[in-house]
Design a protein around this ligand. Structure first.
Ligand code: ATP
Length: 133
């Protein structure tokens, strides 16, 4: 299988650099897979499960929460707001965050702004739990 260079970064620094067969993540318009030979491209990222298939065919799963992805002259750059490899996700923390968010939503009385923040927290927790499962 053909490979292409991928760099994954966050505001905290470079998380991955290497040749890959594929990167899959969620853009704001839906799920997206980049393979070797993809045309030049740029999109904003949504919140969802992601994975990278490495040169040796092995797969690394991750939670990707927002950012930008670009393909330029065959190289892919993924700058995520948050990118957590599966092994780095703390499932207990995510379960607690999910429960906290659900309780706040059930209690009600939130302003529109608070509602959006709690919904986003719930979505992040669900993505993390889904990547861990
Ligand atoms: P929490 O309420 O548990 O902080 P959150 O969704 O509000 O969850 P974020 O604001 O998305 O947290 O993330 C803050 C930082 O904590 C980021 O660096 C993120 O990678 C990390 N983080 C959050 N939740 C987890 C988790 N379950 N496992 C590993 N890292 C996490």
């Amino acid at each position: 299988m053909r490979t292409f260079p991928l760099r994954i970064g966050t505001p905290d620094g470079l998380l991955f650099e290497g040749e890959v067969e594929r990167v899959v993540c969620r853009s704001i318009t839906g799920d997206l897979a980049i393979l070797a030979g993809h045309c030049n491209f740029c999109t904003a990222l949504g919140m969802g499960e992601a994975h990278v298939v490495l040169e040796d065919g092995s797969r690394r799963d991750a939670a990707c929460i927002g950012g930008m992805l670009s393909v330029m002259d065959g190289s892919c750059h993924l700058l995520a707001t948050t990118w957590e490899w599966q092994e780095d996700i703390d499932a207990e923390r995510a379960a607690t965050a999910k429960q906290r968010a659900e309780e706040k939503l059930a209690k009600g009385g939130l302003t529109d702004q608070e509602y959006k923040i709690v919904q986003a927290k719930l979505q992040r927790a669900l993505v993390r739990l889904s990547v861990k499962s």
